[in-house]
Design a protein around this ligand. Structure first.
Ligand code: THU
Length: 128
C-alpha cells in the first residue's frame, strides 16, 4: 500500500526547492523504519556542480536526525523525472531494496524499486 503521507510530503517539498538555475523543482521524502517521514528538496547554487538532488537531501537529513533504516522513498517533479545516477547509488547504499514512488504534478504515481533503478550495483560487498 502506498503511504499517502510519503507522497504528499514529496509533493509539498517541491515548494521548498531552490532551483533558480534549472527552474526544475524536485521534492523527495523517505519513510524511516519507525514510520517517520523526512522530506528534502533540490538545492542549486551558481556553481552548478554543487547542486544536491532532493533525494540525497532527504536521505542525508534523515541520517543526520538519527535514522538509519528506510522503508520507502518518493520523488516528485513536474513531469515525473527519475532519480539521477548519483542518487540511485546513494539510495541503494543507504536503503537497500525499497519501493520508490515517482510522482508528477498531475497526480500520477509510478512505482519502481531501488534494485530496478540500479542493476548490478557496486557497493560495500565489493570492499571486503
Ligand atoms: N534533480 C533532483 O533533485 N533529483 C534527481 O534525481 C534529478 C535531478 C535536480 C537537480 C537539479 O537541481 C535539477 O533537478 C535539474 O537537474
Amino acid at each position: 500500500m502506498v503511504n499517502d503521507q510519503l507522497i504528499q510530503t514529496a509533493l509539498h517539498m517541491r515548494s521548498k526547492s531552490r532551483a533558480s538555475y534549472s527552474n526544475y523543482t524536485v521534492g523527495a521524502a523517505v519513510e524511516t523504519e519507525n514510520g517517520d517521514i523526512v522530506g528534502g528538496c533540490n538545492v542549486e547554487t551558481s556553481s552548478y556542480g554543487l547542486t544536491c538532488c532532493a533525494e540525497r537531501v532527504a536521505l542525508f537529513r534523515a541520517i543526520s536526525e538519527g535514522h538509519n533504516a528506510f522503508k520507502a522513498l518518493s520523488v516528485a517533479s513536474e513531469n515525473g523525472g527519475m532519480p539521477c545516477g548519483a542518487c540511485r547509488q546513494v539510495i541503494w547504499e543507504l536503503c537497500g531494496d525499497i519501493p520508490v514512488y515517482i510522482c508528477d504534478s498531475g497526480g500520477r504515481i509510478e512505482k519502481t524499486t531501488s534494485a530496478t533503478l540500479l542493476p548490478n550495483p557496486f557497493d560495500e560487498s565489493h570492499l571486503t
